[in-house]
Design a protein around this ligand. Structure first.
Ligand code: CP
Ligand code: NVA
Length: 308
């Protein structure tokens, strides 16, 4: 039996598989835009297990699966037996006998690793404390749509070195581009946690204005991620981040045609100024929509393999 292919972090896909997914995304998006029915996953089902809130991830997976001819089942750990102490291993054995794919949004990466080891079907990371690989598929696809290949380009990350940042760092190694990262002191990238080999594809800057200089894309995320809220009760955390807001001055220091991205949800007036996220360089709505198209390509690939 072929080993099951999971998508637990971005580097579970090789660079040629990422290129293939982007090519499939283009084809699948074009069918969707011209109302062509495309049901490669007819009669297949996806179970979505959530342990944290979501708008985009739930909607894009559920709508995406329906559009591919399949169905999606929503479960929250709160009202499943997982929330009452059933082991992850037992849950994985049972759930994976009843569906064709599982998407999980949870806290520790270790939970989805353990789930995948006992799953008969592909497991997709819908966000953990460590990574958000589905987001970066959409972000890079959006960049490529707007600007062409990301190879050799520079992406500036401003703010917390969180799950989204870690995944960008993996992408830089896989697709050979540069990351300029600026975090407040005490919130720096941890290369082991990010799952990157070294610093060949990223550079750290104490001053966020230096990090954005000449960047082709400026991106950021909330100062406090889900699961870390107790830290934000700490006024000192908000204070620590106050100079890490992407504002018009920062965008002005980036390359003339620099794009702005944010995975959303956003906090205007914290990590990003309204004039930037609602301004002409922002592509956040295309970025959010592309979650749908890239994940459809991902699900097709995980269930059916390469179709062309
Ligand atoms: N960007 C993202 O994952 O959004 P949700 O939390 O709404 O799913
Ligand atoms: N870093 C954020 C992303 C939300 C989509 C979080 O984990 O809350």
């Amino acid at each position: 039996m072929q080993p099951v292919k999971h998508f637990l972090q971005l580097k579970d896909l090789a660079p040629d598989e990422l290129d293939y997914l982007f090519e499939r995304t283009r084809a699948i998006k074009s069918k969707f835009k011209s109302y062509q029915q495309y049901w490669p996953l007819q009669d297949r089902s996806l179970v979505m297990i959530f342990e944290k809130h979501s708008t985009r991830t739930r909607l894009s997976f559920e709508a995406g699966m329906n559009q591919l001819g399949g169905s999606a089942i929503y479960m929250h750990t709160r009202d499943s037996q997982l929330g009452r102490g059933e082991s992850v291993e037992d849950a994985a054995k049972v759930i994976s006998r009843m569906c064709d794919m599982v998407m999980i949004r949870t806290f520790e990466q270790d939970m989805i690793e353990r789930f995948s080891q006992h799953s008969r079907v592909p497991v997709i990371n819908g966000l953990t404390n460590e990574y958000h690989p589905c987001q970066i598929l959409a972000d890079i696809f959006t960049f490529v749509e707007k600007r062409g290949s990301i190879k050799g380009k520079t992406v500036a990350w401003i703010g917390d070195s969180n799950n989204v940042c870690n995944t960008w760092l993996q992408a830089a190694e896989l697709l050979d581009f540069n990351m300029y990262v600026s975090t407040p002191p005490g919130f720096e990238v941890e290369t082991d946690r990010a799952g990157v080999h070294g610093t060949a594809h990223f550079e750290s800057f104490a001053d966020p204005m230096q990090a954005v200089r000449g960047a082709d894309l400026v991106t950021t995320d909330v100062w406090t991620s889900m699961g870390f809220e107790s830290e934000s009760e700490n006024v000192e955390r908000l204070k620590a981040f106050e100079n890490w807001q992407v504002d018009a001055a920062m965008m002005g220091a980036a390359s003339g045609d620099s794009l702005f991205m944010h995975c959303l949800p956003a906090h205007r007036g914290e990590e990003v100024a309204a004039e930037v996220i609602d301004g002409p360089q922002s592509v956040v709505w295309d970025e959010a929509e592309n979650r749908l198209h890239t994940q459809k390509a991902l699900m097709e690939f995980l269930v059916l393999g390469r179709v062309n």
